[in-house]
Write a protein of this length. Structure first.
Length: 202
């Protein structure tokens, strides 16, 4: 599909593109998502014409020497160009309850039976998000759809097909903090020791 064909398709389904030129994301970004296999445009039985993304979320844990477990949480996102209106400094979003990493899936990363993802998809997500190269005991926690009210592309609704996993990091991959530097923001992750009453979310 070319950018021109994508524009025709969106217009056909009633998406007003007049404001896309001033939006953070526009036709080139949506086209790139589709070409890379990250997104597809579908007719959803409940929500109509939508952008659907398949996303892998991973709960990252570590088994401590005393038998307890720690879980990796996202601490904050520091934006490179977004400015906080109150401070005049680069915006910082605190996300202390975010207990998983997430990565958009691309073509070929869904398991052949449609249930779950490939081991390569998990490895890619951990490498790109945390810079780690090995993991243990991957477990599939389930999959479900979530509707996103926030429209990354004006007028175009989004549905996320989420594939949930849990993995454990070996001692060799342990750090006090993990940092992901992206084009728009830098994300910081830290470990939190779990209590014996912490739910497992299976």
């Amino acid at each position: 599909m070319t950018v021109e064909e994508l524009q025709v398709l969106l217009t056909k389904h009633g998406i007003d593109l007049s404001g896309w030129g001033n939006a953070r994301k526009g036709l080139p970004e949506l086209h790139k998502e589709i070409v890379n296999g990250e997104a597809e445009l579908i007719l959803h039985p409940e929500h109509g014409f939508v952008r659907r993304l398949k996303v892998l979320t991973i709960e990252v844990r570590h088994e401590n020497p005393d038998g307890s477990e720690s879980m990796l949480f996202e601490d904050r996102q520091e934006w490179h160009k977004k400015i906080d209106d109150d401070t005049g400094k680069p915006r910082v979003d605190r996300r202390s309850e975010m207990n998983h990493i997430s990565e958009k899936l691309v073509a070929g990363e869904i398991a052949e039976n449609g249930q779950g993802v490939t081991p390569k998809a998990i490895a890619r997500a951990l490498k790109e998000e945390l810079g780690v190269h090995s993991f243990e005991k991957p477990s599939f926690l389930g999959q479900h759809e979530e509707f996103d009210n926030h429209q990354s592309f004006p007028g175009l609704k989004s549905i996320y097909q989420l594939y949930r996993y849990r993995v454990y990091l070996p001692d060799s991959e342990m750090k006090e903090q993990y940092i992901e530097v992206g084009e728009e923001k830098t994300t910081y992750f830290y470990w939190r020791r779990l209590s014996s009453t912490t739910p497992q979310h299976d």
